[in-house]
Ligand binder design. Structure first.
Ligand SMILES: Nc1ncnc2c1ncn2[C@@H]1O[C@H](COP(=O)(O)OP(=O)(O)OP(=O)(O)O)[C@@H](O)[C@H]1O
Ligand SMILES: [Mg+2]
Length: 510
């Protein structure tokens, strides 16, 4: 006997032991992360059914404990959850409806449950959920998570008749050990930035002091909805390919390629099969493990597949991004651009960048950076993020006559993708994939150029205005003086001034 003891732990147990890797490091951070996870779920649930989100968050101090405990309640007008799924959606880690190739804020099937689990292990109180999909019934549950089994324990279950008009949405309420004092600035910042990237959402937050923070929507226009797509051949690995082959009823390789992959038509499939000398009529089920590995490698490396199309993405668009930036920063000048879709490893992505100058843009002694991924604000670990690298190390702002230490400039970077290359499960910062870095750099250069144009125009106008006031003040005196010296008639000064006014730049300045 080696003396070692082997055993398996459940996903709940794993995340219970390592909760810091998903942002539950201390009571302050846990307060922020819990709010964020529930708000993200609510935003996803409203957008999934195409309604402008209405989200109300309340954080209240609960006095029944020796330590700092809060009651967190988040209510939304989203899709609601069918009754039979509620216990699992909130009581089984890694369970969720977002394991698809489609842009959503949620990805792991983890966030909401981690907040619930954290609440449970700090206060031993069940989560309370009320939800309806807008049908006849409203479901109410009180749940605990059985950490060892990774399954829900139903403490209470009730079904109510829906009212009239029928309510649709979800309310989640948890008790958790928290620290509002240390997390309040991050929480308010989170709401402000969420309002910036989601100008069509109405967000309210009542803090533990009873203060209402209201972020009103400024538009009801939603970004285009994302569609689920099939996997792109460049993003396929051996495991995915093996699963596709096991579950397909396609009888030939060619049919498999055309039916199971994104952006593969008959012609491209023929060309691919010919390039790799593969028999189009071969039964996929007959492929040996070694042949599956070769096929996955060939799919990844064949360069003629069209890039993934962006219908699975839901970017904000220049208009909405500008709307959000204007609403929250009230700048003197703002510009937004959307880059064309691009892809890394078979995953499509779109970069959108805005720039704000002056007005309410914060002046921090450096370029203020707002980072968003799939419309989620990223507030921690800024200097590890690819956008930080671009804004602070790649771009030479002097080239655009912008002084980052003095000019009030904010750069807003939004990346959307079916697979954001987050570096951690906490979704806080993005890896510097070269394709993404290149797109952000291009986009920042474009907006910086526009700001440079605006500033040089503004400086020209200011100069012209200055010159003119000098002319106006002294020209009359000079004319009078020179006519006295020369004995000639005084020229028509007004005519002269009118001519000066027509000079380039002067006209706009006056
Ligand atoms: N407010 C809500 N309205 C509707 N469905 C919800 C809501 N909150 C959670 N859900 C459902 O519960 C599932 C689990 O949520 P959870 O936050 O645990 O994971 P996720 O959002 O899928 O992924 P992530 O770990 O990235 O947050 C979601 O996939 C969704 O189907
Ligand atoms: Mg979630």
């Amino acid at each position: 006997m080696s003396g070692q003891e082997f055993r398996e732990i459940s996903p709940s147990e794993f995340f219970y032991r390592h909760r810091e890797i998903v942002g539950f490091t201390n009571p302050a951070r846990a307060t922020y992360t819990s709010i964020r996870e529930f708000v993200e779920n609510s935003l996803d649930a409203a957008e999934a059914i195409g309604v402008p989100p209405d989200i109300h968050v309340t954080l209240m101090r609960d006095e029944g404990f020796e330590f700092e405990v809060y009651r967190l309640r988040v209510e939304d007008n989203g899709s609601g959850i069918p009754g039979e799924y509620i216990p699992y959606a909130f009581g089984r880690i890694l369970y969720g409806s977002k394991h698809t190739l489609k842009q959503m804020r949620g990805i792991f099937g983890l966030g909401g449950k981690m907040a619930i689990l954290y609440g449970q292990i700090t206060t031993n109180r069940p989560v309370h959920i009320v939800s309806s999909t807008g049908g006849r019934d409203v479901y109410e549950y009180r749940l605990l998570i059985d950490v060892e089994k990774n399954s829900p324990i139903i403490v209470e279950e009730r079904i109510h008749r829906n009212g009239n008009p029928k309510w649709r949405g979800t309310v989640v309420e948890v008790f958790l050990e928290g620290d509002y004092q240390r997390s309040s600035s991050k929480i308010i910042e989170y709401f402000k930035e969420t309002a910036m990237a989601n100008p069509y959402a109405e967000l309210s937050f009542i803090d533990p002091y009873g203060v209402l923070h209201l972020f009103r929507r400024s538009t009801t226009k939603l970004p285009p909805a994302s569609r689920e797509v099939k996997p792109h051949p460049h993003g396929v690995d051996v495991e995915t390919l093996r699963r596709i082959i096991n579950s397909t009823d396609c009888k030939t390789l060619k049919e498999l390629l055309v039916k199971s992959f994104h952006r593969v038509g008959e012609t491209i499939a023929d060309r691919f099969l010919k390039t790799y000398s593969l028999d189009p009529y071969r039964d996929p089920a007959s492929l040996t493990p070694g042949e599956i590995v070769d096929l996955a490698y060939a799919l990844k490396n064949f360069e003629e597949f069209l890039p993934p199309d962006p219908s699975c993405l839901s970017p904000l668009g220049e208009e909405l991004l500008l709307e959000g930036v204007r609403k929250e920063l009230n700048p003197e000048f703002a510009v937004a651009i959307q880059r064309k879709p691009s892809a890394y490893s078979g995953y499509p992505f779109i970069v959108e960048v805005a720039l704000a100058y002056g007005g309410g843009t914060p002046q921090t002694g450096r370029i203020t950076l707002y980072r968003f991924a799939n419309k989620i604000p990223l507030l921690y670990d800024e200097s590890s993020d690819v956008s930080w690298k671009v804004v602070n190390q790649v771009i030479d702002w002097r080239h655009y006559k912008i002084d980052p230490t003095r000019d009030p400039v904010a750069v807003i970077v939004h990346i959307c993708s079916t697979r954001i290359p987050y570096r951690t499960l906490g979704k806080e910062f993005i890896a510097d994939r070269p394709e993404i870095e290149a797109e952000i750099t291009r986009a920042v250069r474009i907006v910086a150029r526009r700001l440079a144009d605006y500033l040089s125009h503004k400086r020209r106008v200011e100069k012209a205005r200055e010159y003119f006031s000098v002319y106006e003040r002294y020209l009359r005196k000079i004319a009078c003086f020179s006519s006295m010296l020369t004995g000639m008639d005084e020229p028509d000064i007004d005519k002269l001034l009118r001519r000066v006014k027509r000079w380039k730049g002067m006209e706009e300045a006056l």
